[in-house]
Design a protein around this ligand. Structure first.
Ligand code: UDP
Ligand code: MG
Length: 139
């Protein structure tokens, strides 16, 4: 049974480019309810911890530097089948491969500065939600 919670971040490029309102509107219009939301700038330590799974990848250093380059919006979203539906809404990691109308297709410029994060499994959604919101530890 698929879960009801996913975790997202509007990344520094999208916040800087003024897309926060449009992206939140698209998320809500597509049936997700915002259960927690924070505007903050990640430290290097926190960004490295969040993306620890990618520590050995060649892009890790640039990813941490990008994710700490400006404020983000972190949010916990609720919907039936939240993880898969949200991945569909944001589109492929590489925006040039993202379906038309997806958030990355509309608002992202490159595979590294790709506007949005979305959890890739129910298990990671729970871990990531708890990373930013202590109230979500129960998920
Ligand atoms: N990333 C990158 N270069 C790559 C692959 C990924 O800079 O070749 C960055 C990009 O910001 C991506 C993040 O690392 O969103 C996490 O990668 P992942 O493969 O988990 O993609 P996602 O789950 O975000 O689609
Ligand atoms: Mg991922």
């Amino acid at each position: 049974m698929s879960g009801k919670i996913t975790f997202t971040m509007i990344k520094p490029d999208a916040v800087k480019n003024g897309y926060t309102g449009k992206i939140l509107d698209q998320i809500i219009t597509n049936g997700f309810q915002i259960r927690g939301m924070k505007y903050l700038q990640l430290t290097e330590e926190k960004a490295g911890e969040f993306y620890a799974i990618h520590r050995e990848r060649p892009f890790f250093k640039d990813l941490v530097s990008f994710m700490t380059s400006g404020p983000i919006v972190a949010a916990v979203l609720e919907k039936e089948n939240a993880v898969a539906d949200f991945r569909n809404l944001i589109g492929a990691t590489d925006p040039s491969k993202a379906e038309p109308g997806t958030i990355r297709n509309l608002y992202a410029k490159s595979i590294d500065a790709n506007a949005m994060h979305g959890s890739d499994s129910d298990e990671n959604a729970a871990i990531e939600a708890a990373f930013f919101f202590s109230a979500f530890e129960r998920y």
